[in-house]
Design a protein around this ligand. Sequence first.
Ligand code: URA
Length: 201
Amino acid sequence: MSYAWPDFVDECKRCKACSLSETRNNVVIYRGAIRAQLMIVGEGPGANEDLQGMPFVGQAGRLLDLLLQAYGFTGDDFHICNIVKCRPPENRVPTAEEAKMCMPLLAKQIRFAKPKIIVLLGKTAYKYFMNSDEPIGKVRGRFIEKNDFLILPTFHPAYILRNNNERITLWRDIGLVREKMEALGLIAPLSDIPLMPEGRG
Ligand code: URA
């Protein structure tokens, strides 16, 4: 029997692979489109996400949405998710063990989303996704080719909210994503998007 997206959602909701399952209100799986050329991976759900069952719906999410909208992305263009699907208590960073237990689900999720570009938001996403301790400030802003994906590490929007002087860097990095997607023909150039429906001036 084939394993479809609803089966995957079911598997996530039933998951008890680590102790985060004991304190969660909701399993936070994704928002945006199931299938998308762009996948955006954060760290893990916070309090708002845990209550609403959706990633990046708090303050950091509002900044992320602002950036995505500014570059003309719509909900059909991206699939947003996290390294771990359950909220770590007190919003602590997920442990290596928790990230490891959640990784098979993320791997399945990637197979459904089939992205070409994967944006890693912040040092925790970079660390667990790339298995590397390199500082995010050193690796951000350059695409890494891996397993046919183009992976772009950048700052986490929550970090930007605390360090406003780096805001421009995150803007530029999301701009790089738009540029790359247009160059690869994964998305229509922004100039091709009509500002007004045809025939209405
Ligand atoms: N921060 C994250 O890394 N993920 C979320 O879903 C929300 C905030």
